[in-house]
Design a protein around this ligand. Structure first.
Ligand code: ADP
Length: 260
């Protein structure tokens, strides 16, 4: 009621879902969706019943990452969207609602309607964990989503580059403003180990996120290297956690998922 008085929408739970964890990045292209899908798959492999909800209106990539492109979800008898399943993971994406190749020039109202459908009109089975893949940035869409849902916490993805980290701080401020606990940051695309010379190269810098986390007093949840295999697996629609479950990258994602 106090929130209503301040003009804020009441935060709502999603039916059947116990914990919603948002994966966010202030910048596009830092690997947010790749991290979100691998974390969700790692959690599912740990026996946690898990779903992923892709609310990235302008570039939904979960259908591609899970090899579900071109599929359309069915509606149940209450007109709710039925999630699709890939590798034991339940998935719903903006990409299933809009044709992939059509330029998305939606008006605000249509975006709002689709968002509401994605947030509240999906017939999830009982889920312990729903990973929410947010659109990049810290604008109105992100604000609406984070104000509408009762989130257990948020994970910020950033590269070690100063430029990305500066924006990441803005993302952290957004979550603070709407009272969402920051679970921590994941540093992505850090060290690249050259497959021919074996040397390590720190293309976007070495320890930027680690230092930033110390400075801000938040957890560094994990550190994922720049690895061509992660990129290839993504394009193949079989994320690294399921493509090479015994590899070191899958282990890194599993370690993070176990902490959620
Ligand atoms: P975002 O969701 O932040 O826009 P994506 O998850 O779509 O970013 O990733 C952007 C690109 O970078 C994709 O081509 C993806 O395959 C690639 N990528 C992401 N993380 C890594 C990584 N650790 N190593 C190599 N490529 C990566």
């Amino acid at each position: 009621a106090a929130r209503m008085k301040r003009g804020l929408p009441e935060k709502r739970l999603i039916p059947n879902v116990s914990n919603i964890v948002a994966v966010s990045s202030a910048k596009g292209g830092v690997g947010k969706s790749t991290i979100a899908v691998n974390l969700a798959l790692a959690a599912a492999r740990l026996g946690v019943s898990t779903g992923i909800l892709d609310t990235d209106i302008y570039g939904p990539s979960i259908p591609t990452l899970l090899n579900l492109e071109g599929l359309e979800p069915e509606l149940d008898s209450h007109n709710r969207l039925v999630p699709l399943t890939a590798y034991g993971l339940k998935a719903m994406s903006m990409g299933f609602l809009v044709p992939q190749d059509s330029p998305i020039a939606w008006r605000g109202l249509m975006v709002q309607k689709a968002m509401n459908q994605l947030m509240f009109e999906v017939s999830w089975p009982k889920l312990d964990l729903l990973i929410l893949d947010l659109p990049p940035g810290t604008g109105d869409v992100q604000l609406t989503i984070t104000q509408s849902l009762q989130l257990a916490g948020a994970i910020i993805v950033s590269t070690p580059q100063d430029l990305a980290l500066r924006d990441a701080v803005r993302g952290i401020d957004l979550f603070k403003k709407v009272n969402v606990p920051i679970l921590g940051m994941i540093q992505n695309m850090s060290t690249f180990t050259c497959t021919s010379c074996g040397h390590n190269h720190d293309i976007f810098g070495l320890d930027g996120a680690r230092k930033k986390c110390q400075e801000l007093g938040i957890n560094l949840l994990g550190d994922i290297p720049l690895d061509a295999q992660i990129c290839r697996d993504a394009d193949n629609g079989k994320p690294t956690v399921v493509a090479s479950p015994e590899g070191s990258q899958a282990q890194a994602f599993t370690n993070i998922a176990a902490e959620l």
